[in-house]
Each structure stands twice: as C-alpha cells, then as structure tokens.
Design a protein around this ligand. Structure first.
Ligand code: ATP
Ligand code: MG
Length: 352
C-alpha cells in the first residue's frame, strides 16, 4: 500500500509556487494512482492560526482553498480532501507527539524564524524584540502538528515544495523516537517527494520564495489571476540590467525565475530551463516577459475557469459544505483507527 498525504494552509488563493511545487504534483499522483494507493489532501487551517487570522477572512480563505483544490483537478471521489480542524485526531496526536518532541530540534527549524523575520541562526530567545510579534507556542511547535498530520494516515509519501523538507526530516525523526520509546512500529517514516519546480521565487524579490503571506500582492501570480493581471505582474517582475537572457539562478535570480516559470508551466517549450534560456538569449527582457505571461495565461486558464464555475455552482446549489463534510468523515475514520492503536500503546485505551 501507498499512502500519500499533503497539506496546504488556507492563507490565500494558491499561487504558481503552490501550483508548480505541490498542487500539480498532487493531481498527477492522484491520476496515476492504482487501487493500492490512498490519497489525503488537507486544508491545514490549524496551521494557519499560528499567526493571527481574522475569523471572517479565514472562513473565506478556507472556501477559496477548497474550491482551488477542486479546480486544479483533485477529485473527491478519488482523494480524501478535508479540513484539518474538522478531524480532531490531528490535535490529539499532536499533544502525544509533543510529549516526545525535542525542544532543541524544534528551535533549529527555520520556518518559524522566517515568519518572525529572524535570521536562520537565531535562538528562540531572540524572538521577542518589541517591534516583532512575540513567538507563540503554536508557531514554535507547529512542526509537531505537521508530524501528526502526516503520521495519522500511515503516510508513505509526502509531496511538498523544498521549504517543507526540513519539517519532514523532523517528522521522520519524531516517528523513529516514538517507535523506539514504546518498542512499536506504529509510525512509518514517510518519504519526501519534491517536484521538479520545488522552489518558485517571488517576482518582486527573487531571492525569497513566492508565498501566499507575502505582503506584496505583486510578488505572486494566483491561479485565479486574469490575463491582464498576469501580464502586469510579470511586466513589473524584478530582473537585472545585464544584457541578454541567461539561466543562472545565483547570479541572475529574477530572469532565471521567469525562465523556470515558463518552462515548468509548459515543458513542451524546451528540453530544459537552460535550453529555453538559450532560445531567448538575444531577446529583450520585455519580449521575454510577454512570452512568459502568454505561456502562464494559456496554461492556467482552465484552472481559473473551473474555479469560477465551481464558485457559481455553489452559489446555486450550496454543495461545498456537504462535500467537505464527507471528506472529513472519511479522514476521521482512518485517523480514528490510528489513534486507537496509539492510545493503547500509551496506556490511554478506553477499556478498564
Ligand atoms: P504561507 O506564506 O501562508 O506559508 P505558502 O505559499 O508558503 O503560504 P503553504 O500553504 O505554506 O504555502 O504550502 C503549501 C505547499 O506549497 C507546500 O508543499 C509548500 O512546500 C509548497 N510551496 C509553497 N511555496 C512554494 C514555492 N514558492 N515554490 C514551490 N513550492 C512552494
Ligand atoms: Mg508556507
């Protein structure tokens, strides 16, 4: 059996980084799955609240994420698609894993530091200068919740972008130390699957990854952006003043990111990003950008159209709540079985 699990935070409509680095891979895995493969895709709303969220906004974002997952091609008949907060076993297992997780290991995780704009080598105690949000316990420990998400489903494979690789290593370590402490094999160690476009960069700051939570909306292209918006954002993307087009992610991050985006949106345009850059080497930046926008628009247009269709269908039929409830019910029955085993390993079983 193969069990595939991954999650995405409802912190905005997905962008090209989410799409190329994760969502498109999820759909591919779903469409290639045989009857020995189970797929779980979660809208991880409990992760989203590790930073302050406005409730009305979160409610909207959760719906937009559910619709986005359907729009990219995830099918509730083939994949279990659900909201994390609707399956209480995630929080329950997190507590049990928290009692096994190392504070030292957690303090080396870079993600909570980047959410606080702290340098990667900072210690947890550096996290409370007056001008920065305080380090909350939830933000510090959220890799433990992520480990719970993955381990609840007997996950064998986790398709994610590169920024999540460190958390999955933590998950494997935590699974092994739980197993060791209780002489059990209840948790298996999941493998990370990175897609070829594992790190799409911000359009306005190409040394940072593209993110939903970046304050600058021009830093990312959403899967729902209309053609003119895509054109405008790519036109204003930060490049450099070096003559000609060349692929070099270190020396020319802005141009290389545009080349990557075009190549991974439609791999039929060239044999590799390097090859694609050679085809464009004498072309002006302006012409390159126009071509990138065209390729992005052409390939994302079906997703945008489906997204709008689903939103309109829900306006008429209000069917999304039922669909999401059904997904949560399927996830809960699987997660519930795992928790029964974990509870009895811990001496927390229901029987006396
Ligand atoms: P946030 O800023 O709220 O953290 P995000 O854009 O980082 O949002 P997540 O919900 O944290 O998105 O991550 C969802 C999935 O998308 C993960 O598998 C993550 O690795 C992947 N991902 C996120 N950003 C990128 C990117 N720029 N390139 C490739 N993959 C990405
Ligand atoms: Mg993220």
């Amino acid at each position: 059996y193969k069990n595939i699990f991954s999650g995405i935070q409802p912190t905005g409509v997905p962008h090209l980084g989410n799409y190329l680095g994760a969502l498109r891979q999820w759909v591919k895995l779903q469409n290639e799955a045989d009857n020995k493969t189970n797929l779980y895709f979660s809208i991880v709303d409990l992760h989203a609240i590790t930073v302050h969220q406005n409730a009305e906004q979160l409610r909207r974002w959760r719906k937009e994420m559910l619709v986005s997952l359907y729009a990219v091609g995830l099918d509730p008949a083939r994949s279990v698609i659900f909201c994390q907060s609707m399956v209480p076993q995630h929080s329950e297992l997190m507590w049990i894993l928290s009692c096994h997780a190392s504070m030292g290991y957690l303090s080396r995780m870079t993600q909570w530091k980047s959410k606080l704009s702290l340098p990667e080598n900072a210690s947890p105690l550096d996290a409370t200068p007056k001008d920065k949000p305080a380090l909350r316990l939830g933000l510090f420990s959220y890799p433990v919740l992520q480990a719970a998400d993955v381990l609840l489903y007997g996950t064998t494979h986790v398709p994610v972008g590169e920024d999540q690789a460190q958390h999955l290593e933590f998950t494997r370590e935590l699974a092994a130390s739980f197993n060791h402490a209780h002489s059990t094999t209840v948790f298996n160690q999941p493998e990370t699957i990175l897609s070829p476009a594992k790190r799409v960069m911000s359009l306005t700051n190409p040394t940072k990854k593209m993110s939903k939570s970046d304050a600058d909306v021009k830093s990312r292209i959403l899967i729902t952006d209309e053609k003119d918006v895509i054109e405008k954002k790519i036109k204003s993307a930060l490049t450099d003043s070096i003559e000609g087009v060349a692929y070099d992610r270190d020396a020319r991050p802005g141009v290389s990111n545009l080349i990557d985006i075009m190549y991974y949106m439609d791999e039929s345009v060239a044999a590799s990003p390097e090859e694609l850059a050679r085809d464009f080497k004498d072309v002006s930046m302006r012409a390159l950008k126009e071509r990138v926008a065209e390729v992005v628009d052409k390939n994302i247009e079906p997703v945008r159209t489906t997204y709008n269709d689903i939103m309109a269908k829900d306006e008429r039929d209000r069917y999304l709540t039922d669909e999401a409830t059904h997904g949560a019910w399927k996830a809960k029955s699987q997660a519930g079985r795992k928790m029964e085993v974990v509870r009895s390993i811990m001496g927390l079983q229901r029987t006396f």
